[in-house]
Design a binder for this molecule. Structure first.
Ligand SMILES: Nc1ncnc2c1ncn2[C@@H]1O[C@H](COP(=O)(O)OP(=O)(O)OP(=O)(O)O)[C@@H](O)[C@H]1O
Length: 264
């Protein structure tokens, strides 16, 4: 059920050691926030989980099975920018993944299969509050709406793991609070494990079940490249958050939200 196991993973680029002996077990349905100084290897770690990079040493397992050495539909990803295709409409963006996986050569679906995919895409757009703009293009949307679209595009493929690389980092504070509420609801409602890189500690503690810090344990400036970062802090959030369930102690804080945040 979407458990990630990272065992003694190292990542080196030439002479530079970026990650050093990283081990972590992520339980199914967790929401892990990765924090750490710039250059500490957070994005590199996310790319390893995505399958865009392979570890120099060590292994990564998803539900006990080694990760395939390439990205696949079981892992969705949203970046800070450029996650969506500018030349496709909102609906086209959400349909694309289904069309690609349903028809590898033509990348198009026809007849009943297309109608079912369109219905599914529309349902997903409604979940993120974008059903009223399905014929618009990304450039016609605000930054917050583009990130909602990126979430819809990733989630419609039903990933077991959703990887987020500073997805809300470029948004204004008001919009960010709104999209946090949406993100929390999506995590409650979709059976996925989430790993999110963020520079924003408040965001990490607002959304995550666990906050994990990457840091170089040794940092002699003259030998900087010889030391990679590893996990130095692993903080469980208290009171615990559990996917799909209200918080036992503060039900108003963390439970599955009922309202769909208004799109701007
Ligand atoms: N493909 C690559 N080839 C060579 N070096 C790389 C490559 N990808 C990352 N690095 C190096 O790995 C180090 C860690 O980069 P990474 O982007 O993972 O850090 P980060 O913690 O995500 O930083 P930031 O918070 O600034 O985004 C950097 O020194 C970077 O130059």
């Amino acid at each position: 059920m979407s458990a990630l196991t990272v065992e003694k993973v190292w990542k080196e680029y030439g002479d530079q050691i970026v990650l050093e002996d990283v081990s972590i077990t992520v339980e199914p349905r967790a929401f892990v926030a990765l924090v750490g100084a710039s250059g500490s290897g957070k994005t590199t770690f996310l790319r390893l989980l995505l399958g865009q990079e392979t570890p120099t040493r060590g292994k990564i397992l998803l539900d006990g099975v080694p990760l395939p050495p390439e990205p696949g539909p079981d892992r969705g990803v949203v970046y800070q920018r450029y996650s969506v295709f500018p030349h496709l409409t909102v609906l086209g963006n959400v349909l694309l993944g289904m069309e690609m996986s349903g028809s590898r050569h033509a990348a198009r679906l026809f007849g009943k299969r297309r109608a079912a995919a369109v219905a599914e895409a529309r349902e997903m757009l409604a979940q993120v509050g974008l059903d009223h703009v399905e014929q618009k293009y990304p450039a016609q949307l605000s930054g917050g709406m583009q990130q909602r679209l990126a979430l819809a595009q990733a989630l419609v493929m039903k990933p077991r793991v959703l990887l987020l690389d500073e997805p809300f980092g470029a948004l204004d504070p008001g919009i960010r609070a709104e999209i946090h509420a949406l993100m929390r609801r999506l995590w409650h409602e979709h059976p996925m494990t989430v790993v999110m890189v963020t520079h924003d500690m408040a965001e990490a503690f607002t959304l995550a079940t666990r906050v994990v810090a990457f840091e170089r344990r040794r940092d002699r400036p003259e030998e900087k490249l010889r030391y990679g970062a590893s996990i130095t802090r692993d903080i469980p959030i208290w009171p615990p958050r559990r996917a799909g369930l209200p918080s036992l102690i503060r039900p108003g804080r963390d439970g599955p939200a009922l309202a769909i945040p208004q799109s701007e």
